[in-house]
Every structure is written in C-alpha cells, then in structure tokens.
Write a protein that binds this ligand. Structure first.
Ligand SMILES: C[S@@+](CC[C@H](N)C(=O)[O-])C[C@H]1O[C@@H](n2cnc3c(N)ncnc32)[C@H](O)[C@@H]1O
Length: 342
C-alpha cells in the first residue's frame, strides 16, 4: 500500500486531459443497454473496454488502494497491507516458487504482487499486461525497486499469448482472468506456454451459489460489479472450473476463500467502512470526500473534465462490490490450483 496517497496523484492521469470525458462515456456505453451495451459487445470489444477502464482507473486505484489491485481475506488484528501480501504469498507457496523457477503473472497490473512475490521467492517472473499506462508504471516501479533482474513486464494481450523458447514452470493470475472474453480460450493459451506438470493458480471474481438470477436485486448487484470492473460477464464457480478442464488442466483444488476471513473484517470491509482513520481514502467517507475534492478540482480546472464522473462511477462500483460481499452472492477470491498433465 502506498503510505502517503496524495490527491494531486489523481490529477496526473494516464490520459490526455481532453480524452477523459469521452473515454468515460465510451466505457459506460458498453454496460448501458440503452446505448447498445451488452455481454456480446463487451466480449467482442474486450480489449477496448478493459483498456478504457484501466486508462481511467489506474491513478484512482493507486491513490485509494496501492499497487496491488486485488482484495484479500483478512484475519483478526491483521492490517489490510499484511492481508494483501499474505494472499499473494499463498500463491507463491502453493506453486513452490523459488530461485530459478520461471513464472508467468497473467494480467500483472502495475506489478505490486509480482514484485512482492519475486522478493519473497527469488523466482523469475514475467508479467503480461495489455494496458500501456500500467505497463509503464510497472516498469518504472520495478526499476525503482531494484527488481529488474527478477521481474520483466511485457505489453501484450493474454488472449493471444504464444509459446516462446522456454515454457513456464508456473503461472498465476490474481483477479485478472475475470476480464477474459472466453476463459476456455485463455486457459488453452496458458496451457500451451507451460511445461508439462506445471501448475496454474489463481483468484477469480465469481458469483457464488447464493446468487439467484430470479432476484432483481441480485441481478442489479451483478451488473453493477460488471460495470464497476470492466467485466464481460460474471460467472459462477463452474464458469471457471469447466473451462479449466475443457482446456486440458487437471483441477487439483478449488474453494472460495471469502469465508476464511474474520467475520469482523470481511474482504469488502475497507470499501464499506463508513469512517476510518487509517485507510480513510478508501473508506466510504473517504471516497465521498475524494469525490467532492475532485469536483472542486475539476471546477477550478486543475482536474480534467470528466474526473468527477470517473470518481462518481468508482463510488457506484465500490457500492455494488460491497453489496455483493454483504449478500454473499459475489466473491473476488475463488481460488483454484490446476495442473498441466505431465
Ligand atoms: C484487477 S487488475 C489485477 C492486477 C494484478 N494482478 C494485481 O493483483 O495487482 C486486472 C489486470 O488484468 C489486466 N488485463 C485485463 N485484460 C487483459 C488482457 N486481455 N491481456 C493482458 N492483461 C489484461 C488489466 O490490464 C489489469 O492490469
């Protein structure tokens, strides 16, 4: 987590100022049926949709959350930062990462987890990410951390990844494959770049068995989360396990890790907290404050036109995610471990 988030960080956004408003409008249209938005359209134009989203959101995410763009189950007395790191290290432990092992990080964001896992394990990690701005941030941060010798960031679409000379010994994906328009196609591509016997572990955003498609409230939460996170469509656990199997993986284990958190500190707690002294900037009150501040900055033309729309939309997204957690119909931590047959 960044220790000293500054509001001015939001102003140095990834896009030219004049493009913010139009990009936000284009992004929201993918999720708005009255403007032609649909699951099919999101699948077809996934790269455009996801890139628009991360062009707009990356600065807000780094400001409000840090360099690890994911959630974690949290235990009693554990800080948010410690829980995020433990969640990452669990994958490293599961995959047996150590010096000399070559690993692929699928959808590496700005590289927070990649750097933490490299420091912990000494493994050599290649992070793939399709967003130019995040790749730039990841390269800068990795250099600044002195981890160039272990971590490489590659700009590319994980749907089109192809084998190079040396297959990977392990693959992990942290809350990234939920963006894939076709999971079976993605998992098949990953299988091809792995050595026989290698393992793939990940955390997926999923609907839980509590989701009732006949419940209008549940459906509204589902589409709120899809809009709030650039997802073509949220699926249930089988929507991850079936494509893994169809791609040719043996699923070794899988479970939702959300119930492993302390009920006092559920994974969505940092977004839900109404008042928080620590982590104020990502609490509900902090987000409302940020929204007002961004509006002021936009009025005096320090923040670009559209910045308030982005901040408002992010608050709406956070509310849908919290409702998903509170109702138990959604988890961002459906864990799986799968092996490529030897
Ligand atoms: C929620 S973020 C998680 C990032 C990172 N794993 C972490 O935990 O900090 C999802 C990431 O997946 C990347 N992504 C989405 N679709 C992609 C694609 N088709 N190819 C490569 N990266 C993609 C996004 O750019 C983003 O960095």
């Amino acid at each position: 987590m960044r220790d000293d988030p500054r509001l001015t960080d939001l102003v140095q956004t990834s896009l030219p100022r004049r493009e913010i408003e139009g990009t936000a409008s284009q992004y929201l249209a993918f999720h708005d049926e009255t403007r032609g938005g649909s699951v099919e359209k999101r699948r077809q134009h996934y790269a455009h949709m996801v890139n628009n989203f991360y062009d707009l959101m990356t600065d807000f995410y780094e400001f409000g959350w840090g360099q690890a763009f994911h959630f974690a189950p949290r235990h009693r007395g554990e800080s948010l930062a410690a829980s995020l790191a433990r969640h990452e290290f669990f994958l490293a432990l599961t995959l047996g990462l150590r010096p000399g092992v070559r690993v692929l990080d699928v959808g590496c964001g700005v590289g927070g987890p990649m750097r933490a896992i490299a420091r912990l394990s000494g493994a050599t990690i290649v992070g793939i990410n399709n967003n130019d701005y995040q790749v730039r941030r990841a390269v800068e941060q990795t250099r600044a951390a002195g981890l160039d010798h272990l971590c490489t960031v590659v700009k590319g679409d994980f749907m089109a990844i192809s084998p190079d000379d040396r297959p990977y010994d392990a693959v992990y994906a942290i809350e990234a494959t939920c963006h894939a328009p076709d999971k079976a196609k993605l998992f098949s591509a990953l299988l091809r770049v792995m050595r026989p016997g290698a393992c793939f572990a990940g955390y997926e955003w999923c609907l839980t068995p509590r989701y009732d498609p006949g419940d209008a409230g549940h459906r509204a939460i589902k589409s709120g989360i899809e809009e709030g996170a650039a997802l073509p469509e949220l699926v249930g656990f089988d929507g991850v396990l079936d494509p893994l199997t169809r791609a040719g993986f043996d699923v070794v284990e899988s479970r939702d890790l959300a119930p492993t958190a302390d009920p006092e500190t559920p994974w969505y707690d940092p977004l839900a907290a109404r008042i928080a002294l620590r982590g104020f900037h990502h609490s509900r009150a902090g987000r409302a404050f940020t929204n007002v501040a961004v509006r002021g900055l936009e009025l005096i033309r320090v923040a670009p036109r559209g910045a308030t729309a982005v901040s408002t939309f992010l608050n709406r997204a956070a509310d849908a995610i919290v409702r998903g957690g509170e109702t138990g119909i959604f988890t961002p931590m459906f864990y799986f471990l799968a092996r490529k047959p030897a």
